[in-house]
Design a protein around this ligand. Structure first.
Ligand code: IFM
Length: 477
């Protein structure tokens, strides 16, 4: 940690999780089924047939997890509310027992001196809404705003920071185009309708959240840092299509109130029938934000490719004539994701250059790495690769701040090892190792490293040799 840059005094260091990935208790206290409860039971949908039924058992162990957060020293904890836990069918009556869980969680965090940051939608749509078309159906956007209102009316007096959606690109393109995520659909125009309705649901919920007392309202995107494989016009155009799908189709409506210019080249016939977009929608979607959440893990290098499916009638919305190429000479995480930290700085500076004053303050709402963690004979988890990943990316955030980007916070993904969606429990992103057989939590070396970093930042004592993380113990100086 020597020569580690100093962050502004009010910079928020945090850690993040999401409901379906950690809570378990999927059939308890009146929770309804979500699209992920259905999807995990589809043959071969999730590696090893893993489910969210128990996960990290956080629903029962949240007090222990709050104690881990307190010991870690984070200022803020980002969690998500499970929509089907608080409103089992996504419309109609709320489930008092479900809301009560989040009341207890929030009160426990506040007692521990930790600011709660709530995400309203981290992919666990109530199955009953999917049965009506899910996000393809415009009505789901209105159901989402109603849900947002009720949750905020219950919690906004104690939760200052609210995130409407987590990574709507994943909900639309992994959920309805590639089919790798719930609900597992492979569609064209309906997936683009889903993307639009996600944005609409976000926009409808922003004023509702404010009316209910939310102090800061934002949305979390996962923009990619895209580079063309060559400077040839074909690859450059392919990179723009990749950027349109991953970045611009989200940031342009949200921050400028316009649809992205590159849509026709990206989607061709699939976007020509736009009856799902109505007059006035852009005004709703562009509701002013208090912050923009950015989740960032790895960059992409892309080149031009033919359509995988020549037939626009059956073509999926992610079939946009580009493909990724490898990035040589870079370490890869256990996800196979290349580690190139400076691209986070470049992405942030690029957003600032593109949107100028229209770019709200930024919180890095997720960043972290999956590594092949195994407890060592001494009982500890020596995850030096994760420490190096986090170190590099935090330095990239500091560099972006030095370059004038208004970044206010950084949340490590994730507090705990957890259910990594289609990869099941095989991929470990946590600062804390979870032994799923016993539910024992073991803080990894990265946990102690982050703890030492936060302590040093708070004391204003970063600099050469000032902080030494002690695996398994408190930082020393
Ligand atoms: O685990 C996910 C999280 O749910 C959303 N952002 C990316 C993480 C790592 O894949």
């Amino acid at each position: 940690m020597s020569d580690f840059p100093s962050f502004p005094p009010d910079f928020v260091f945090g850690a993040a999780t999401a409901a379906f990935q950690i809570e378990g208790a999927t059939r308890e206290d009146g929770r309804g089924p979500s699209i992920w409860d259905t999807f995990v039971r589809r043959p071969r949908a999730v590696l090893g047939g893993d489910t969210g039924d128990v996960a990290c058992d956080h629903y029962h162990r949240y007090r222990e997890d709050i104690a881990l957060l307190k010991e870690l020293g984070v200022r803020s904890y980002r969690f998500s509310v499970s929509w089907p836990r608080v409103q089992p069918t996504g419309s109609g009556p709320f489930n008092a027992a479900g809301l009560d869980f989040y009341e207890r969680l929030v009160d426990g965090l506040l007692d521990a001196g930790i600011e709660p940051a709530a995400t309203l939608y981290h992919w666990d749509l109530p199955q009953a809404l999917e049965d009506e078309g899910g996000w393809r159906n415009r009505d789901t956007a209105h159901r989402f705003a109603d849900y947002a209102r009720s949750v905020a009316e219950a919690l906004a007096d104690r939760v200052p920071r609210w995130i409407t959606l987590n990574e709507p690109w994943c909900s639309a393109f992994l959920g309805y185009a590639s089919g790798h995520h719930a609900p597992g659909a492979r569609e064209g125009t309906p997936a683009l309708a889903a993307a639009h309705h996600l944005l609409l649901g976000h926009g409808l919920s922003v004023p509702v959240l404010r009316e209910a007392g939310a102090r800061e309202v934002g949305i979390t995107l996962n923009p990619d840092h895209v580079t063309p494989a060559t400077s040839g016009p074909g690859d450059v155009a392919a990179a723009l299509r990749a950027e349109t799908q991953r970045n611009l189709m989200w940031t342009e409506p949200l921050l400028t109130g316009r649809y992205a210019d590159g849509e026709d080249d990206t989607w061709g016939e699939l976007i020509r029938h736009q009856s799902f977009r109505r007059d006035g929608d852009l005004g709703v979607i562009a509701a002013p934000l208090d912050f923009l959440g950015i989740n960032y893990y790895t960059p992409s290098v892309v080149r031009a490719a033919p359509y995988r499916d020549e037939d626009p009638l059956s073509r999926a919305a992610d079939d946009n004539r580009f493909e990724g190429v490898g990035i040589p000479r870079t370490r890869r995480t256990a996800m196979g994701w290349p580690v190139v930290p400076h691209t986070l700085r470049d992405l942030l500076v690029g957003l600032r250059e593109r949107y100028g004053a229209a770019l709200p303050p930024i919180h890095i709402t997720e960043n972290g790495s999956a590594e092949n963690d195994v407890p060592a004979p001494d009982g500890a988890v020596h995850d030096t690769d994760r420490i190096s990943y986090l170190d590099g990316h935090l330095r990239a955030v500091a560099a972006a701040i030095a370059d004038g980007v208004d970044v206010r916070g950084y949340y490590v993904w994730s507090l705990l090892d957890n259910f990594e969606w289609a990869y099941g429990y095989g991929k470990r992103f946590g600062l804390v190792y979870v032994d799923y057989a016993t539910q024992r939590r073991i803080p990894k070396d990265s946990y102690h490293w982050y703890q030492a970093l936060i302590t040093a930042q708070e004391r204003g004592t970063t600099g050469p040799g000032l902080v030494r993380p002690v695996p398994g113990g408190r930082p020393t100086r």
